[in-house]
Design a protein around this ligand. Structure first.
Ligand code: KG4
Ligand code: ZN
Length: 382
């Protein structure tokens, strides 16, 4: 069947048309046209402005649809697709409504079913996708652990069976991506800051590599000695905390880590130290190490406790190189299969909504849902 999928949960407008066939563990997809409009407008405000995002979605949706229909030569067909999958949560409700209303109108005009789709399930299933060409869903060994890391979520989702989700841990305050963005802002880096922090940290890590001994510690110690004199031995501004890392549960906390960076910068400035590029890179490295260590530590424990056979990572922070390489280390050691999304599909996109939409349509035996019952659900959970 041919499906149109729509994503408008935050600041990316996505429309994909694809062919899909097969069942829950062997579905195959062929992308006919994939379109993503990333809203640049929020960069100057240092965060997503919901009213602006909604306005941009309203502007982008008809343009992307026209482009997709033209590219697939379906624009003259009375019924260009067989179903429409649309994100109905979680996300910014006014943005979600923009996509839902657009989808409802199309479904009515073309007389096709609507498939309400969960954005986070989309991130989980994004690991099978590509933004062009063909791809397949593969049968995975259970239990599966899905780590969801984005601007709004930090969750550990246990899947004892295929497409059966149980959230076993999550952040009690900020999401990890949000912490990356806020720390970037403190360091005067553009929004969204995750990729910038990650780039700085990566460069610093490379610089430190090759130096014998505990290079990171030595660099820090030298630096602290320089700015703080004898006190440096007492306090260690470049060692940031790992909040909740050792708690028995599988939850996370990023608000304290973010505040620690704020205090560190404030203390450095008070001591007369300019926050130059070198200092920014040092802070970025320690922040990234701390943020990722909190995740990998809990992932290791979940793997042990539940005998996890497959690990999936989804969400914008899945693009983080350090997280990817640390997760590879953990899973290779335990001979666990690790599935990572492509960089294009780590961020928000409509391909993942298409995959999740189609699989749910199959799971629900193609049951048609009344469009009136589909409502934007900002805090939807998997
Ligand atoms: O999934 P996503 O595109 O949107 C949400 O649903 O939130 O995730 C966006 C988040 C932002 O916080 C962004 O800074 C972060 O993902 N991000 C990264 C990297 N690339 C994107 N964080 C760390 N390292 C990266 N390389
Ligand atoms: Zn997302």
């Amino acid at each position: 069947m041919r499906i149109l999928s729509i994503e408008t949960s935050c600041d990316d407008t996505g429309i994909t048309i694809f062919e899909a066939k097969g069942g829950l563990t062997n579905a195959s997809f062929k992308i006919l046209s994939d379109n993503l409009a990333s809203q640049k407008i929020h960069a100057e405000y240092g965060g997503v402005f919901p009213v602006l995002a909604k306005r941009e979605h309203a502007k982008n949706l008809p343009l992307l649809l026209a482009h997709a229909l033209k590219k697939t030569k379906l624009e003259k067909k009375k019924k260009p697709v067989d179903a429409i999958a649309v994100t109905y949560g979680p996300g910014l409700e006014m943005c979600l409504w923009e996509g839902i209303t657009f989808a409802k109108n199309l479904a009515k005009e073309w007389s096709v079913p609507l498939i309400p789709t969960n954005h986070m399930e989309g991130h989980i299933l994004s690991v099978f996708g590509k933004h062009k060409g063909s791809f397949k869903v593969e049968k995975l060994k259970t239990p599966i652990l899905a780590l969801l890391v984005s601007g709004g979520h930090t969750q550990l989702v246990l899947m004892k069976g295929w497409m059966q989700y149980e959230i076993i841990g999550e952040t009690v305050d900020d999401a990890v991506g949000e912490a990356f963005d806020k720390v970037a802002r403190m360091l005067g880096l553009p929004y969204p800051g995750g990729p910038y922090i990650s780039k700085l940290a990566e460069e610093e890590r490379r610089l430190l590599r090759g130096i014998p001994g505990s290079a990171t510690a030595r660099t820090r110690a030298n630096f602290q000695q320089k700015i703080m004199g004898a006190d440096a031995k007492q306090s260690s501004p470049f060692i940031l905390p790992r909040p909740m890392m050792y708690t028995k549960d599988f939850n996370f906390s990023y608000s304290g880590l973010k505040t620690s960076v704020l205090y560190l910068i404030r203390d450095l400035e008070k001591s007369g130290q300019k926050i130059n590029d070198k200092i920014k890179a040092e802070i970025a490295l320690e922040f990234e190490n701390a943020a990722i260590e909190c995740i990998t530590h809990k992932v290791k424990r979940v793997i042990e406790k539940y005998g996890i056979k497959t690990v999936i990572i989804g969400g914008g922070v899945a693009a983080n190189k350090h997280l990817r390489s640390e997760m590879k280390k953990i899973t290779t050691k335990g001979e666990i299969k690790l599935l990572l999304p492509t960089l294009e599909l780590s961020r928000d996109n409509s391909v993942m909504i298409g995959i999740a939409g189609y699989l749910n349509f199959i799971k629900n035996k193609k049951k048609v849902i009344k469009p009136d019952t589909i409502k934007a659900t900002g805090n939807l959970r998997v």
